[in-house]
Design a protein around this ligand. Structure first.
Ligand SMILES: [Zn+2]
Length: 385
């Protein structure tokens, strides 16, 4: 009997060790995949002279990946950002995702991120609280900046960005990050937590992610409603603090309500457009035009559901559509790198966008804006002092 107990105990121990050692990396490797890799022999003559390459949306902080080492899986790490001549990546915080996630309809009853946080042996508070998970991921980014000895910095104000631009003009290996939230559910129904996240450096917030929450309706929720009374207070307070509103994942009614209330320009951090790729998560022409009128910014995705294709040409086609309707200064890249999806390529494949945008007839000056200049200019106008 004693022998059996020892054997069972040993087997359980082995399983536990295997689970914590391999499960998180297994999910990272199998969820964050690419459809193509750029050929090393390909040359993109003026790519490296683009002054500011940037992307509006990346979920890398969700994964326990060494930021300072180049990986052959996932989409973003510091060496790959530098190789791609990236000046800025916005790092977004995913803090709750329902099981069986789909773009049509999800409730908020289940959550995969608590389990992932547990499997990664993140602090116990993160296993149970979306707010703690978000704060942990935010701290990670500052930790990267500290450890980078100046190669990577976190930008939270207009003066940070201005200083970064001056420094980078002398040293093009410098790169930076900003922080955004994917879903305001991590405020945990407490408006004062907005100050907590503002003080932690969060500069844009998507009100909803894959489920309806206490502030408003998701494009993929059950009711898909508009702003709640609490949500209206949240929008006003975000305007006061100059936290940009991200309309990605918002239900059409929520977008209407926010457009009627907000006094500031908006972004859609990672999306596609119904005019090219008609599905539940993409932006209608009506909303596209309203965002353009407010001098907002639309980040076009690098994955199949956003653009109905699996290559740079598909993304360039949607970018052309947006530029033709609301202007070339209002469109950008919103990759959704590391968002548990297959992207066309990882960060090192960004030169493929240059080629695809040229084929869509954009000029060099226009391509420089689309590849990052517009993101730089938007945040120079809209970040807090
Ligand atoms: Zn998303």
């Amino acid at each position: 009997m004693k022998k059996i107990v020892i054997i069972i105990f040993a087997l359980v121990s082995v399983c536990v060790v295997l689970f914590f050692s391999y499960a998180p990396r297994y999910f990272d490797e199998t969820k964050n995949i690419v459809t193509t890799r750029i050929a090393e022999t390909d040359r993109y003559p003026w790519y490296d002279s683009i002054p500011f390459i940037a992307d509006l949306h990346c979920d890398m902080l969700l994964w326990d990946r060494d930021f300072f080492r180049q990986h052959n899986y996932g989409h973003v790490d510091l060496p790959r950002m530098q190789q791609a001549n990236m000046a800025l990546q916005v790092f977004t915080i995913v803090s709750k995702v329902p099981a069986g996630i789909n773009i049509e309809r999800n409730d908020d009853k289940s959550d995969q991120i608590g389990l992932l946080s547990f499997a990664q042996l993140r602090p116990p508070a993160t296993w149970f609280s979306a707010k703690e998970r978000a704060l942990h991921q935010i701290n990670q980014l500052y930790h990267f900046a500290d450890k980078s000895r100046g190669d990577f910095r976190v930008l939270t104000s207009r003066s940070d960005l201005t200083q970064f631009l001056a420094d980078r003009s002398k040293n093009s290996s410098l790169t930076s990050g900003m922080l955004g939230l994917e879903g305001a559910h991590c405020l945990e129904n407490e408006i004062n937590n907005l100050d907590v996240f503002y003080n932690a450096g969060v500069r844009y917030i998507g009100i909803t992610h894959f489920f309806d929450n206490e502030w408003g309706g998701s494009a993929h929720g059950i009711n898909k409603g508009g702003l709640t009374d609490a949500g209206k207070i949240l929008i006003r307070k975000m305007n006061e603090l100059k936290i940009t509103i991200d309309l990605a994942h918002a239900s059409p009614e929520l977008i209407d309500n926010i457009l009627a209330l907000t006094t500031q320009p908006l972004i859609v951090s990672h999306t596609g457009v119904k005019g090219v790729c008609d599905n539940q998560r993409n932006l209608s022409d009506k909303h596209l035009v309203e965002i353009g009128k407010r001098n907002g910014l639309v980040g076009i995705g690098l994955w199949e559901t956003s653009v109905c294709g699996t290559d740079a040409a598909a993304t360039a086609k949607s970018i052309r559509y947006v530029a033709d309707r609301i202007g070339v200064k209002n469109v950008a890249l919103g990759s959704d790198f590391d968002g548990a999806i297959g992207t066309h390529f990882d960060a090192t494949g960004l030169p493929l966008m240059l080629q695809a945008l040229e084929k869509e007839g954009f000029t060099r000056a226009e391509i420089e804006l689309i590849m990052g200049g517009n993101i730089r200019d938007f945040f120079l106008r809209n970040l807090p002092e």
